[in-house]
Design a protein around this ligand. Structure first.
Ligand SMILES: Cc1ncc(COP(=O)(O)O)c(C=O)c1O
Length: 254
């Protein structure tokens, strides 16, 4: 619902009066991969001005303000992740200042920090199965995964970086197109993947795949989903087992 629509104010009034509902407050999500804290500051100011309007025009107190997520994380060296330890207190300061300025009751503040919790915790490991040089000189590296487990590049040109697990110390000066095995022209994981010269059977890892990867994975072209393993200093735990063809066929009635 838009805060610029009169219908929204009317709906809030109806919700507040309806016995079936317990109107608590407002929720807003302004987008994803936001690197500039001023966007969140403006969000808070806009929301609190709206909270004031709800009180002035309808006499309703907003108890909860959910600011959503969108805190930018680092996928490539070009990304400057939002520093949450520094930014979140500043956002709360903005809340306090605006609440005082507008003479409001302090609402409970909620955030939905989606990918910023998990994106950098994930790494996807692939085995290199083949390489190919095209007539134009473009060098492809094909791995045993695909857009079925890594859709964000195909979906909205997201950028990633990768490395060869056993050759991290070698100079990376080859520019490859990292492609999958889904048999689609759009099945690209990284358009400009800078690595040392690759060999068949090298293990390649793509970084920052902890968010929106397994949760967005599919059986595109009936490909099987990979295993998910949690690792820390003390333990290695299988969290999702690697799928088998039997798993894939469980819903089929032959
Ligand atoms: C309503 C809402 N809250 C939070 C998030 C989390 O966003 P992000 O993972 O970019 O922080 C999303 C993602 O689309 C969302 O739709």
């Amino acid at each position: 619902m838009s805060i610029f629509s009169d219908e929204t104010l009317d709906l809030i009034k109806q919700l507040n009066q309806n016995e079936q509902f317990d109107f608590k407050g407002l929720h807003c999500h302004i987008g994803s991969q936001i690197f500039d804290k001023t966007s969140f500051i403006k969000e808070i100011q806009a929301l609190l001005h709206y909270v004031k309007r709800i009180f002035d025009e309808k006499g309703i107190i907003v108890e909860v303000l959910n600011l959503g997520g969108g805190f930018g994380v680092q996928y490539t060296v070009a990304d400057q992740a939002l520093d949450l330890e520094a930014t979140l207190p500043q956002l709360l300061d903005t809340v306090y200042t605006e609440v005082l300025n507008l003479n409001l009751q302090l609402p409970k503040i909620i955030i939905e920090p989606g990918r910023s919790i998990v994106a950098n915790a994930g790494i996807t490991a692939y085995t290199i199965g083949a390489t190919k040089k095209t007539l134009s000189g473009k060098e492809y590296v094909f791995v045993d995964g695909s857009m079925a487990d890594h859709i964000r590049t195909a979906l909205y040109q997201a950028k990633y970086e990768a490395a060869l697990v056993d050759r991290m110390d070698e100079t990376a000066d080859y520019h490859y197109t990292l492609a999958g095995r889904a048999c689609e022209s759009g099945d690209i994981l990284i358009h400009d993947c800078v690595l040392p010269k690759v060999e068949i059977n090298d293990i390649l890892c793509v970084f920052s795949t902890g968010a929106y990867h397994y949760s967005m994975s599919s059986h595109y072209n009936r490909l099987l989903k990979p295993a998910v393993i949690f690792v820390n200093e003390e333990a290695i735990r299988l969290v999702n087992k690697r799928e088998t063809y039997e798993d894939l066929l469980t819903q089929d009635r032959l």
